[in-house]
Design a protein around this ligand. Structure first.
Ligand code: C2O
Ligand code: CU
Length: 479
């Protein structure tokens, strides 16, 4: 009896967090406490000024311009930026909004902006030679489109030299929110993953370093960045969920993500939420792909621990001598842990694409060498510059078997349309970018629902795309 009284007394006098350590079920409800003060300050993105008073129109100026930035301590790097910031400004709108971008090219060479993943009209897709002229130095171009889908998207150049231009810093996030999505999945944090090839003086390595072998492997940068910074710090509170929207804006780098085996809850990615959440120990994120996940900090108050990049086996030699690298420092603040409600079991209704009249097509991702031992990549053995378009009509549905017999994995991307991966193991979701691992194949279904024009598809290891692994689809109007 005496010990019971003592215990009661301890319970009522000990601070709340000590009690929760004894009885985890008594933790504070996560919904009642905010994120730590200044939690994402180190990862802040720039919000561009909206020039249009209409709440359903975002109208901004975007200038591509070189700016000296301190990426490595004490060194200045001439970064290719949008509006002088890295990554480019955050474009955040809601489904159905109109986006007007007055773009100015203040770079020494041609460029363009491609709105990766957005199902917008073909003349706004930003592909010189197919949908527009390149934006020449000192020239301007106005992009004007309506965003039809919620999701995590991004923008980057789409010219012959885009692998180099992206490596120098040209990319930015674009988020489309849907007010009708389930709320309360966690406080949102947008994370743009990228890398840069810098020498010890902070200058860029030559964009074609490694020659043909560089093209073959795909060039990975030497410095890993999150929202333009080396190892920024994120403040978290144990048990308080954060919703991370991650964009892989590297030219070639695959990411394997995990956090001390604390599970991550995957919500979706490219084209918004998936049908259901998925709890995973580890996630792969390939170039151009996006990830939407709930991160629930597992560490005890007062812990500082790194979130790491782990090498992915994306083919021959890609994991040799590769050690994990810290990309983000996670500081669990000294505050009582909290407990969150689980993520809802259903996130969204996604109908499978109707395959009853689908046409089958086979797409082989190929690598060969020409007489001079130069690497030539292609689709079905044909490099981009000699390719004839795939011909389809608005209203058509196709099933593509994408075959990769090469020694390297390829992140396949299609412009202008979402697809579904036909694989019973996968949770239904809308994709525009998907990994096709080496020596494997996968099937996707795509419905060409509108937007006639010429649309690209290619490997998003941009060194591979430039070596020829790119084709185009001529979507003709329905008759
Ligand atoms: Cu991210 Cu052809 O695009
Ligand atoms: Cu590739």
């Amino acid at each position: 009896m005496r010990s019971f009284a003592l215990l009661l007394c301890t319970l009522f006098t000990a601070p709340l967090w000590a009690q929760s350590a004894i009885a985890p079920t008594a933790r504070l409800d996560a919904a009642t406490v905010p994120q730590p003060e200044g939690w994402a300050d180190d990862l802040a993105l720039t919000i561009p000024e909206d020039l249009n008073p209409d709440p359903n129109i975002l109208e901004i100026n975007l200038e591509a311009v070189i700016r000296d930035m301190e990426i490595m301590p004490g060194k200045l790097t001439p970064v290719w930026t949008y509006n002088g910031v890295l990554p480019g400004p955050l474009i955040k709108v809601k489904v159905g909004d109109r986006v007007i971008v007055h773009f100015k090219n203040s770079l020494p060479e041609d460029t363009s902006i491609h709105w990766h993943g957005l199902r917008i009209s073909n003349d706004m897709d930003g592909v010189p030679g197919f949908t527009m002229d390149p934006v020449r130095p000192q020239e301007e171009f106005t992009y004007d489109f309506v965003v039809p889908d919620a999701g995590t998207f991004w923008y980057h150049p789409h010219v012959d030299n885009s692998a180099a231009q992206m490596g120098w810093g040209l990319y930015g996030p674009l988020i489309v929110e849907d007010p009708n999505e389930p709320q309360g999945l966690g406080d949102e944090l947008i994370l743009v993953f990228s890398d840069m090839s810098l020498n010890p003086d902070g200058q860029f390595e030559p964009a074609d370093s490694g020659g043909s072998a560089g093209n073959l492997f795909g060039r990975e940068g030497t410095v890993l960045l999150v929202n333009g910074k080396v190892q920024p710090t994120l403040k978290v509170r144990q048990g308080k969920p954060q919703r991370w929207r991650i964009i892989n804006a590297t030219r070639s780098r695959y990411y394997t993500l995990r956090y001390k085996r604390a599970p991550l809850v995957k919500l979706g990615g490219d084209g918004g939420l998936a049908a259901r959440p998925e709890t995973v120990d580890e996630i792969k994120l390939v170039p151009s792909e996006r990830l939407d996940l709930v991160f629930t900090p597992p560490d005890a108050p007062g812990t500082l621990s790194p979130f790491r990049w782990y090498a992915t086996n994306r083919g021959y030699g890609s994991t040799y001598y590769r050690v994990p690298e810290d990309i983000l420092l996670i500081q669990t603040v000294d505050a009582p842990p909290v407990q969150a409600a689980p993520v809802p079991a259903v996130l969204r209704q996604i109908e499978p694409i109707d395959l009853s009249h689908a046409t089958e097509r086979e797409i082989n991702l190929t690598i060969a060498f020409d007489r001079n031992k130069k690497v030539v990549m292609g689709i079905n053995g044909i490099p981009n510059e000699r390719a004839v378009p795939v011909m389809v009509k608005v209203g058509d549905t196709e099933i593509w078997t994408i075959r990769n017999d090469t020694d390297f994995s390829h992140p396949f991307h299609m412009h202008g349309y979402f697809f579904q991966v036909l694989d019973d193991e996968r949770i239904p979701q809308w994709k525009d970018s998907v990994d096709v691992p080496f020596k494997s194949s996968l099937r996707i279904a795509v419905h060409f629902d509108g937007r006639p024009g010429m649309w690209m598809y290619h490997c998003h290891i941009l060194d591979h795309a430039e070596a020829g692994m790119m084709g185009h689809i001529h979507v003709m109007p329905a008759d």
